[in-house]
Design a protein around this ligand. Sequence first.
Ligand SMILES: [Zn+2]
Length: 299
Amino acid sequence: MRVRNAITVDVEDWFHVSLFRHHIRHSDWEKMESTVVENTVRIINLFSRYDVKATFFVLGWVAERYPELVIAMQEKGHEVASHGYGHQMVFEQTPDQFQDDVGRSIDLLEGITGEKVHGYRAPSYTITRDTLWALEKLIELGIDYDSSIFPVRHDVYGVADAPRFPFKIEITAKGSIVEFPISTTKILGKNVPIAGGGYLRLWPYWFFKQGIRKVNSAGEPTIIYFHPWEIDPLIPRIDVGNMKHLRHYGNLALMEERIISLLKNFRFTTVWQVLQERREFQQWPQTKPEWNSYAKMLQ
Ligand SMILES: [Zn+2]
């Protein structure tokens, strides 16, 4: 049987993205033209068409304003997980602020669905070496898995030498959490993202197809992500400079078609389901000596 991959959507509006955080103030979000409901509904319908269940990491700010959108996901059998409340980078928060932010989103989501939230994804994958304390906070909040560690080198996120496939982080006396790292393929000894988002829009599709196939043929699942605004070529434009413009607006018109290709070419389900199907997890602290010292620090 072919390996099942996880398909995930970070449910936020186009103006929430970290790339814009110095251009659009949090206090102005309320005034922006929101497109999250119509685009998320389009995605829910797309998944229904291909009979795929997915994981939606919903921003608390969105859930609070559009609870009916969360109900729609639940009714179609999708997994509702947390993307935090206010979309602040983890390294721009104190551990207490982080705990409040994620806790607030879990309360909101569980209040709407009446079901336990198992998973969390940080804004812009910002659980890095400097913010590993976040994992301990997630355990305290009752989160079972995290999908925020990107095993690549990047200017904002990434733990370049983290394992590439789901693994368990055991923090003695605090419990454990499973990490599903954002997917990469290995090219000339380097981890290269095959995860979705801007990569899926801007890089050739065959590269993704080959990368996912390679991971699956080794018996491992991948995890793919995208955002509701990425399938909407008509989202409002703001002036943010050429590079950011490309990263945010590049190839939006191609995205939906590329997601359809993925859904046709591979098997997908929710993160929680993929993790349930996997019985064994390698343990990070045992394989990485530096993580032992981290685990010790927390005891
Ligand atoms: Zn996000």
